[in-house]
Ligand binder design. Structure first.
Ligand code: MSP
Length: 511
């Protein structure tokens, strides 16, 4: 049977410094969605990579006394290590310095030039060198860059422009007809009202202020604007070229989901669709602009000294501790907060007390009362059994609906509701009391079986978020069964020796 394809991408971070937990959050988020889709049987292609050209990187390399290529080679290695550390299950890693990518970008630029979508003009206005951005007289604020507040310089030079306005009507129509294109919807309204409807200016798509980038083949003193270079990674990674796209490209494009941060929604929902329209290629199905993970209440920045790194957090909380916090704490449409105190509180409440405790007490009781042999459940169900099964059925429904609409933290919350019910079930059924009465042996077996089945289903549901721990749980109950149907765990198999999955971390770690 042919599996349905699912193509998912992250933004490609600038290769200018070690990525912080905010950048890493994005790859964890995309990874959770990719794992979920694989579990559902999709043929997933998960792309990530690095954005390696531009003035900032050229300057950072100079400061480090390295060539830009040496510099990006180093940072890319650091980034890949972190991606691997958090368990990012990507299928391909693209670097914008990869030769096939550079060649395709040069091709794309020439094609658009030849067909008249890109034209050579003159730029007269203000230029912010660090941001590599142009501004009109109206846009600058007190002679400074409206984005970063640094001084701008007068610029009067030849440059290439992309006729964005030619495609504005088509873009508006596309947004109207594809309500799911920009998620969350609030970001769509922002794009329409603030950028598209007031009128799109032609976009300057070349620079002469630096050389570290893809040169325009027919006019090599110009370098292709970094955003054209960066955005096209999503198609060049699949082997797109203007003449003879590969089978991989034909199979996976258009993209099902671009996972990006809120600050770059404009590039992905205005410039990117327009480039694709000009190339006569289909547009991505959905662009999800997630919120930012802020340190305390503040934006993470080197100057504030509040930057947090994934590798350091993993040393303290383990990979699943970090993945869990990021995914469970980030709301669908607004920013999230990360602090060590919050991670500890969430870790203890959810992972150690709720999930960890349920697994540990269930495995221990199965050893104590049944010598590790998974008991059978009686056919007749008590009221508590029915309540437990209803809780899981409801959770599975909510979970699927939330996952399919990328509301990850809400999907996770629904699992923990079911886990709390399972803990309550054990308390109410009190196996330790049943164990004292020989005539209730078969009821005891039912309670233990249902508890083991609860942790099996929870582990399957948690697999996209905390894969290592979920695998350990399934291993403890000695099963690979991934069905979400209650009652699929095989009786008669042996559970393993107990293992603490998450020990409370109150005072263990001095922050
Ligand atoms: N290079 C561009 C993306 C090009 S995509 C064709 C870029 N790089 S970046 O390094 O600045 O950001 C990479 C991603 O990390 C972006 O999606 C950005 O929104 C995201 N984040 C940056 N800081 C973040 C947080 N504090 N929290 C969550 N995501 C964050 O933009």
């Amino acid at each position: 049977m042919n599996k349905e394809k699912y193509y998912i991408t992250t933004a490609i971070p600038y290769c200018s410094a070690k990525p912080h937990i905010g950048n890493v959050y994005e790859v964890i988020l995309a990874d959770a969605i990719a794992r979920y889709k694989r579990q559902k049987g999709y043929d997933v292609f998960f792309l990530t990579g690095t954005d390696e050209h531009g003035l900032k990187i050229e300057n950072a390399a100079k400061e480090a006394g390295l060539t830009p290529q040496e510099y990006t080679d180093n940072i890319c290695e650091v980034l890949k290590n972190i991606w691997n550390m958090v368990g990012a299950s990507y299928d391909k890693f693209i670097r914008t310095t990869d030769d096939y990518h550079e060649k395709a970008v040069a091709d794309i630029f020439e094609k658009l030039l030849l067909q008249g979508d890109i034209y050579k003009g003159k730029y007269e206005g203000w230029y912010c060198i660090p941001d590599e951005s142009f501004y009109t007289d109206m846009q600058i604020v007190d002679g400074k860059c409206p984005d970063c507040g640094r001084p701008v310089v007068r610029s009067n030079e030849e440059a290439y422009f992309f006729k964005l306005s030619k495609y504005a009507d088509r873009l508006i129509r596309y947004l109207d007809e594809n309500q799911d294109f920009i998620q969350p919807i609030s970001r769509k309204n922002e794009m329409l009202n603030n950028f598209i409807k007031p009128g799109l200016q032609d976009l300057c798509v070349s620079r002469t202020s630096f050389t570290w980038g893809v040169k325009v083949p027919s006019d090599p003193k110009h370098v292709v604007y970094v955003w054209i270079d960066a955005l096209t990674n999503y198609i060049t990674a699949l082997g797109y070229n203007t003449k003879n796209p590969t089978e991989l490209y034909k199979k996976y494009w258009p993209c099902d989901l671009h996972v990006i941060g809120k600050d770059i929604v404009r590039f992905h929902t205005i410039y990117w669709p327009i480039i694709l329209m000009a190339l006569e290629e289909p547009l991505p199905k959905t662009v999800y602009g997630h919120g930012w993970l802020n340190s305390g209440g503040d934006k993470m920045s080197k100057s504030k000294g509040n930057v947090m790194f994934a590798d350091e957090l993993i040393k303290k909380f383990g990979v699943d501790g970090v993945r869990y916090y990021c995914l469970a704490e980030m709301p669908f449409s607004s920013d999230g907060i990360i602090t060590s105190e919050n991670i500890i509180a969430k870790y203890n409440a959810d992972l150690a007390n709720n999930l960890g405790n349920l697994v540990s007490r269930t495995i221990s009781m199965n050893k104590k009362y049944f010598d590790k042999i998974i008991p059978e459940a009686e056919k007749v169900e008590a009221e508590q059994d029915i309540k437990l099964k209803i809780a899981f059925t409801q959770t599975i429904e909510i979970y699927s609906e939330k996952m399919d609409s990328y509301r990850i933290s809400e999907a996770i919350e629904s699992i923990f509701v079911a886990l709390s019910c399972a803990n309550k079930y054990i308390d109410e059924c009190s196996p330790w009391i049943l164990a004292k009465d020989k005539s209730r042996r078969s009821r005891l077996g039912t309670v233990i079986y249902n508890s083991l089945e609860s942790i099996r289903i929870a582990a399957v549901l948690l697999m996209p978020f905390i894969p290592e721990s979920s695998k350990k749980i399934l291993n403890l109950i000695n099963t690979k069964e991934s069905s979400l149907e209650f009652g699929k765990l095989k009786s008669g198999e042996l559970t393993k020796e107990n293992e603490i999955l998450f020990s409370r971390i109150d005072n263990l770690i001095k922050m």
